[in-house]
Design a protein around this ligand. Structure first.
Ligand SMILES: *Cc1c(COP(=O)(O)O)cnc(C)c1O
Length: 397
């Protein structure tokens, strides 16, 4: 009898009691709109921004309706216009190229390496094609950020970081989101803090911050922000920046604040689970783990491995055998995307590109969520199941 895993890959933990208390408090007073505050009151949303800015060491922070909204707002705030070209990852999630399309710009895709990071050689080769890079730290993998910034600085490229999977991560001790001109985070249920939907945007640039705040729908109430530039910066932009409402509300901010305060502890818990799965998969014949660089502090909220140069049929066989034993693997390389799109050739509003080196890697990526509701024993069991099914199919092939 082979063992079967019975846990759920989509079940998150309950929110902490402090978040539930804070939510009830907001519900009881009813002031959910971020600018609906009493005389002396500091609203939950403004406090969230102030606390997150301090946590990552940024000057300014804006809380918004979603991670994708934060990305599009960042593009608008740095001045990307209709028809511009924006460099971005060939391997990322749909909201990333979607944010580029939202401002009428065109994505130019940069390849992916076996480390699942942006291909810096391909980036250098394409550096003259755009003046903005929307850099996605897809699935939490950080590229060599020092080298990346050398390339971008030399080419005059402004970098926006998509930190949907790297909230809590760092490169050489610098928090993810603090290297580019703007860092964007998602607070959607499957990221590192959970408000259902939500996003955060950070920057040290006062003009970008003021424009982003106006864009998000601050009306003329920007002085109620606690992590915003001085009012004179708004004077310069307030009549020429359109309102494209996408504010965060006080209810979501209230439940996020206690979660952010607890982020480091959650990162430890994710990484203990990640490392248990990783240890269980190590040295499985035919399976390539993604080794994490020394300089990277990662958050193991999901794990990826490669079945490089396997046939599509064999990979599909591994996935279905694992599924029968309760282990849900996502395959980014399937001919038809399932559940969501993560690959450049799925975004056909952009001009078709050919990235053969990336195609080989994309075809090989398997991905698994590591929810905190899994115990370490669960993680060890999941790794045993994957290992045995990969082994069975590998030997047969
Ligand atoms: C989730 C995610 C986003 C933002 O998603 P929203 O659902 O809009 O918050 C951006 N990039 C990546 C890679 C993501 O996974």
């Amino acid at each position: 009898m082979s063992e079967k895993f019975t846990g759920s890959f989509t079940q998150q933990e309950a929110l902490p009691e402090a978040a539930i208390e804070a939510a009830l408090n907001v519900l009881r007073h009813g002031r959910l709109h971020r600018y609906n505050v009493t005389e002396a009151e500091l609203g939950e949303t403004a406090l969230l921004e102030q606390e997150f800015a301090a946590q990552v060491g940024a000057k300014y922070c804006l809380a918004v309706a979603s991670g994708g909204y934060a990305l599009a707002t960042a593009l608008r705030a740095i001045g990307v216009k209709h028809g511009d070209r924006v460099l971005t990852n060939a391997f990322t999630l749909a909201p990333v190229p979607g944010s580029i399309a939202a401002v009428g710009a065109t994505p130019v895709f940069v390849g992916v390496t076996e480390e699942l990071t942006i291909d810096l050689e391909d980036l250098a080769a394409k550096a003259d094609q755009a003046s903005v890079l929307m850099l996605s730290h897809m699935r939490g993998h950080l590229c060599d950020m020092d080298r990346l910034m050398q390339i971008c600085d030399a080419a005059g490229i402004t970098v926006i970081e998509d930190c949907a999977h790297t909230m809590g991560a760092a490169w050489n001790g610098v928090a993810s989101g603090r290297v580019g001109a703007v860092g964007c985070y998602s607070c959607q249920t499957y990221k590192h803090v959970n408000s259902g939907e939500g996003g955060l945007l950070i920057t040290d640039d006062p003009e970008i911050a003021a424009r982003a705040i106006m864009l998000s729908g601050s009306y003329m109430l920007y002085e109620r922000h606690l992590a915003a530039p001085d009012p004179e910066v708004f004077e310069r932009v307030k009549y020429e920046t359109p309102n494209i409402s996408g504010r965060m509300d006080n209810l979501r901010a209230a439940i996020l604040r206690p979660q952010l305060a607890d982020l480091d502890r959650q990162v430890e818990r994710w990484n203990a689970r990640y490392q248990t799965v990783e240890a269980g998969l190590r040295d499985t014949p035919g399976l390539t783990l993604v080794e994490r660089p020394q300089a990277e502090r990662y958050v193991g909220s999901s794990i990826q491995f490669l079945l490089l140069d396997w046939s599509a049929d064999s990979i599909a066989e591994v996935i279905s055998r694992c599924a029968r034993r309760g282990v849900e693997l996502k395959w980014f390389g399937g001919a038809e995307p399932a559940g969501f799109t993560s690959r450049y050739d799925s975004w056909r509003y952009a001009a078709a590109q050919s990235l053969p080196k990336s195609d080989r890697i994309l075809a090989a990526i398997l991905d698994m969520r590591v929810p905190l509701t899994f115990s370490l024993e669960d993680c060890a069991q999941i790794a045993r199941i994957i290992r045995s099914e990969v082994g069975t199919v590998y030997q047969a092939g």
